[in-house]
Design a protein around this ligand. Structure first.
Ligand SMILES: [Zn+2]
Length: 480
């Protein structure tokens, strides 16, 4: 039946689980979107005005250092010196003055500026155009924007096409599906999309608030949200239930519906369909993947339980990933294949010396659910042609490839109905690597911590990562 045409299925429930605890609803935040970096920060109130901690606000965008001398606060951002004084509205960025909308605040070593001065400051620091959606607290650096179209095909549901891959939270309430975008610079000139004649999805509404964008889709029957085209397309389709034949109830729930078994890979098995779907992808013989089992030796990582150390989980997981990558014809370098100690510097040096195409670090956590795929927070830039790049920013020229890789891996994890998220975060040693680099953190598939070490679960995640790496190969190669 036509359900099986969908390549990617995510149950609404699974997606909801993915973001539980990511952000509390009440916390006031500001989002910053750059070409290849996005992050959000808490907004703190001082004297009835919104303030942000300045180091936190600029750290993801460049190398910073801070010096404090009495009431003078100095920030070095890349090559620029900035200076502010506690209680004063006038400061200095490089050689030019800047006027803040309220006094600079100094709390211990931390400097705070009014939120409404942040866009101006960012534009000076980055010498770039910066747009500020002040009501929703969203800051756009440069010409970054993800746009979308909304179409309805009669009887087939709503199709949302995005200009870039997206990873929204899906949640439902009776008669509505909410797609919440916390990481994507989604913008729209249209607020309301109406499809009066459509029985299933007569309207959609775009809103933004508190550092997030949201699409709310009105539904008159149970629906499923499915992802396709490398997460650039979301379809809102009728849920496969018998009830669909009956007249629609007045306020029907947009319920999470179990996924059709034929559309999902059974746990622990790699469906041959994956290989077929990726049929055009012939791994290059020199496609070297570095697999880094996090921690090891004296450095045990997180104590996942009384008896289970993170270093054991990451090694078992790494060995499964190696096997999965080998079956796809790739060459593997394991940074450790035993219980040895290795510093982050040693790991980074080994990766850079290997001239690998891809680096995958593996971690495990006892908090959260499902799988998180991390990339560096460094902004993308073409420093690859330079002979010498600073150690702390070695990843800069590879951020785009890393993000592509992360999205491909997340899409494969999603195909297996596992909660997943792509996160830009300062995870070491990603910033120091001169290759497409991600870190994958697996957490619980179920309520028992021991399930984290279950071979079936690890196998499933390893197969997803390997498939994602294989799928991303042509793009990663093209970005070299
Ligand atoms: Zn770890």
């Amino acid at each position: 039946m036509r359900w099986t045409e969908q390549a990617t299925w995510l149950t609404l429930l699974a997606v909801m689980l993915a973001v539980t605890g990511l952000r509390s609803a009440e916390e006031k935040r500001v989002a910053v979107y750059g070409a290849r970096v996005n992050y959000s920060l808490p907004v703190e109130e001082r004297e009835k005005t919104d303030y942000v901690a300045l180091p936190d606000a600029v750290e993801p965008l460049g190398a910073i250092s801070v010096r404090v001398k009495e009431d003078e606060w100095r920030l070095r951002f890349n090559e620029l010196e900035c200076e502010f004084k506690a209680g004063q509205t006038r400061g200095r960025v490089g050689r030019t003055k800047i006027d803040l909308t309220g006094p600079f605040l100094l709390e211990g070593q931390r400097g705070y500026i009014p939120l409404h001065s942040l866009p101006v400051l960012l534009s000076r620091l980055l010498e770039s155009r910066v747009d500020f959606h002040s009501a929703s607290r969203r800051i756009f650096i440069g010409h970054v924007a993800t746009r979308f179209t909304v179409e309805v095909k009669k009887g087939e549901g709503m199709v949302l096409n995005f200009s870039d891959a997206v990873n929204p939270t899906v949640s439902t309430e009776p008669g509505k599906v909410h797609l919440t975008f916390t990481h994507e610079p989604i913008v729209s000139d249209t607020g309301t999309f109406q499809f009066m004649d459509d029985k299933l999805t007569p309207a959609a509404r775009f809103t933004e608030s508190n550092g997030m964008a949201e699409l709310t889709i009105q539904t008159n029957a149970p629906v499923l949200a499915t992802f396709g085209e490398g997460r650039k397309t979301i379809r809102i389709v009728p849920a496969p239930t018998e009830a669909a034949e009956a007249p629609a109830p007045a306020v029907p729930p947009a319920a999470a519906t179990p996924v059709e078994p034929s559309a999902t890979a059974a746990p622990g098995t790699e469906s041959p369909g994956d290989a077929a779907a990726a049929g055009t992808v012939a791994p290059h013989p020199a496609y070297l993947v570095v697999v880094d089992a996090g921690h090891g030796g004296a450095e045990r990582g997180a104590a996942l339980s009384d008896s289970l150390a993170e270093k054991e989980v990451t090694l078992a997981f790494a060995r499964k990933l190696r096997a999965e990558l080998q079956t796809r014809g790739m060459n593997i370098l394991m940074l450790r294949d035993g219980d040895s100690t290795m510093s982050l510097e040693q790991r980074a040096e080994a990766v850079n010396a290997s001239r690998a195409a891809v680096y995958v670090a593996l971690h495990a956590a006892n908090l959260g659910t499902g799988v998180r795929v991390y990339t560096s927070m460094l902004p993308a830039a073409s420093t690859r042609q330079q002979l010498f790049v600073p150690w702390e920013a070695a990843q800069t020229g590879h951020t785009t490839a890393s993000r592509t890789l992360a999205n491909a891996v997340a899409a494969e994890i999603g195909k297996r109905d596992l909660p997943n998220a792509v996160v830009a975060a300062p995870v070491r040693p990603l910033n120091n690597l001169t290759t497409a680099a991600i870190a994958v953190e697996i957490s619980l598939p179920g309520p028992q911590i021991e399930t984290l070490n279950s071979p079936g679960y690890q196998q499933q995640v390893a197969a997803a990562i390997a498939a994602g790496i294989a799928n991303a190969w042509p793009q990663v190669e093209a970005l070299k």
